[in-house]
Design a protein around this ligand. Structure first.
Ligand SMILES: *Cc1c(COP(=O)(O)O)cnc(C)c1O
Length: 338
């Protein structure tokens, strides 16, 4: 039994999800003729109270399409220094949009309204034109940390004052919604665009959606095509998404409970310096000098437990749909005995 905590992207579709996929009605989506994709797009948009959405092959694409829609070359995007859009999208902000970034030092990936306000460039020909503010919830590098929604509203107020669009990288928004008992509509009211992922927390093989106003999503469809993301009979994938929206959101509370239980075992170890607060499904911990992260990951692998060294002294474990209660038990036993 391999217990894979490498990422919440490693899940495989369940038999019930596969059955829903096999039964999907499909058509050519570039012509707008795939009924399953059309249904997924309208369901996702209405869940968040937004006008429209567009299905994309990855979260990287939904973020990059959004950034392209909101910026012009030479513009500046405000985000946290650990943001996925900056750290893990291959330099796409510069490559795809010709834009640069203003990086803020947030608290475990979360930035404040005050920081955003101070980061907006004045209207001066020497300076880059600030044109977009992005936040990530939950924050990946922040160890699955969740924003306080009040702060998000304050950032929105700064955006409105300065006529700046506000984008949410919601790859793990589902985890935040469940952990903080929030609703998708709260988010739909505040953000101009939201990127949501079906393949991380919700167990789909592929798929993300970008949500926004009708006009913006029309533009996003054109950008998606330019980026090579116009898919044809992808309704089989959309059917997995519909299944996931119906079945796999509420169960995230189990993942969060499992992550907390594992973290309790980790924090007791003498080789552990500190564990980031566990708010959702991600555990990030730092090791003392006596043990490197790759060495611990190798040690765990001997017991078929797969972790990820995200820095020379930091390990990340991500709990997900395919991690059973039994696996959590075995992991806690193994770590306790190390
Ligand atoms: C995984 C992730 C994405 C998108 O990743 P893809 O692998 O391209 O789907 C975007 N933002 C965050 C915070 C992520 O963790």
């Amino acid at each position: 039994m391999i217990i894979d905590f490498k990422s919440d992207t490693v899940t495989k579709p369940s038999p019930a999800m596969l059955e829903a996929m096999m039964k999907a009605q499909v058509g050519d989506d570039v012509f707008g003729e795939d009924p399953s994709i059309n249904e997924l797009e309208s369901r996702a948009a209405s869940l968040f109270g937004m006008e429209a959405s567009v299905f994309c092959p990855s979260g990287t694409m939904t973020n990059q399409v959004a950034i392209k829609c909101h910026t012009q070359p030479g513009d500046e995007v405000i985000c946290d220094e650990s943001a996925h859009i900056y750290q893990y999208e291959g330099g796409g902000i510069a490559f795809n949009s010709g834009a640069s970034v203003k990086l803020l030092q947030g608290d475990r990936g979360r930035i404040t309204a005050r920081q955003v306000k101070e980061a907006i460039n004045p209207d001066d020909p020497h300076r880059a034109h600030t044109s977009l503010v992005c936040v990530e919830n939950t924050s990946n590098r922040g160890g699955g940390s969740c924003y306080d929604f009040e702060e998000i509203k304050k950032i929105k107020a700064v955006c409105l004052e300065n006529k700046l669009p506000f984008h949410l990288d919601g790859a793990r928004i589902w985890n935040a919604l469940v952990a903080k008992n929030e609703t998708p509509k709260q988010y739909g009211e505040v953000f101009d665009t939201i990127s949501i992922c079906l393949s991380k927390s919700l167990g789909c093989p592929v798929g993300s959606l970008l949500l926004g106003k009708k006009d913006l999503i029309k533009k996003a469809r054109r950008v998606r095509k330019v980026f090579g993301g116009g898919m044809r009979q992808a309704g089989f994938l959309a059917a997995a998404g519909i299944y996931a929206l119906e079945n796999n959101i509420n169960r995230l509370a189990d993942d969060h409970a499992h992550a907390k239980q594992i973290a309790e075992a980790i924090v007791k170890k003498s080789f552990v310096k500190m564990v980031l607060p566990v708010e959702t499904n991600i555990i990030i911990f730092e090791l003392n000098d006596s043990l490197s992260a790759p060495a611990l990951v190798a040690r765990l692998k001997e017991y078929d437990i797969i972790g990820y060294a995200i820095a020379p002294n930091r390990v990340r474990l991500v709990v997900h749909l395919d991690i059973t209660k039994e696996m959590v038990g075995k992991t806690i036993e193994t770590i306790s005995a190390l």
